[in-house]
Write a protein that binds this ligand. Sequence first.
Ligand SMILES: [Zn+2]
Length: 275
Amino acid sequence: MNTSRYGTPAEIKFCKICNITNQRPNSTDEYRHTRETKHKTIIFDAEGVCYACRNKEKQHNEIDWKQREQELIDLCNKYRKTDGSYDCIVPGSGGKDSVYASWLLKYKYGMHPLTVTWSPHLYTEVGWKNFQNWLHVGGFDNHLFTPNGKVHRLLTQIATKNLLHPFQPFILGQKTFATKMCNLFNIPLAFYGETPGEYGAPVDIHEKKFSNTCEGFRTDYIRGNDITGLHLGGMLIEDIIKEYKIEKNDILCYLPLDADIVEKKKSKCSLWVTM
Ligand SMILES: [Zn+2]
């Protein structure tokens, strides 16, 4: 395919069904995302329909939802705790996905979820109300994490200047926060709201669990918090620390769970998407 400087298709097209542009980049490893990165983009088939729309069709036509529910019930039965402790984590903001997933888990399937939240850059009035209602009306415990605003602002500025990507600091938390909370509280099961396949990443509809083998479906683990060669906002982390006089501790919350811990615990843990 003929591509532009950033790897996006040179000829701009729009999906015949949903009108999304073929310029939409797929999820990438943000720690290796620089100005030079060639982006993989949403796939269009020969009929001019995007992968997300095809994924939706398959969800309706190919998944046996009775069987899928039984798999969920079996999973819950395997992990449910009856000793008063939490048995699963639901990361979320109080939007439709996290509210529905946690509500079903608690009130339909008898689970005991701990909800966890990586705060947005800025709350909207509606967003804050949704978040509060999730906990106060929905009835859930929640741990809210708010990254250092000065550093968050700095990283947002760097990501915007280098990558035109102001959302990147938030994405890093979205991707890494839940697994770190699972580790902190020793909770072996987490439910994410949606699969990247629904946004056009090449993830098969039968893929239900995050893994490091499926493209677009990774959690970008790194080994031992070693920041050598890693980037934030398209800039080497070591250079950010030097140039802006911050400490490694200031960027700790943007780094993923240590891969050695993942390796040790992965046989007992499960990261599911609620599809
Ligand atoms: Zn489409």
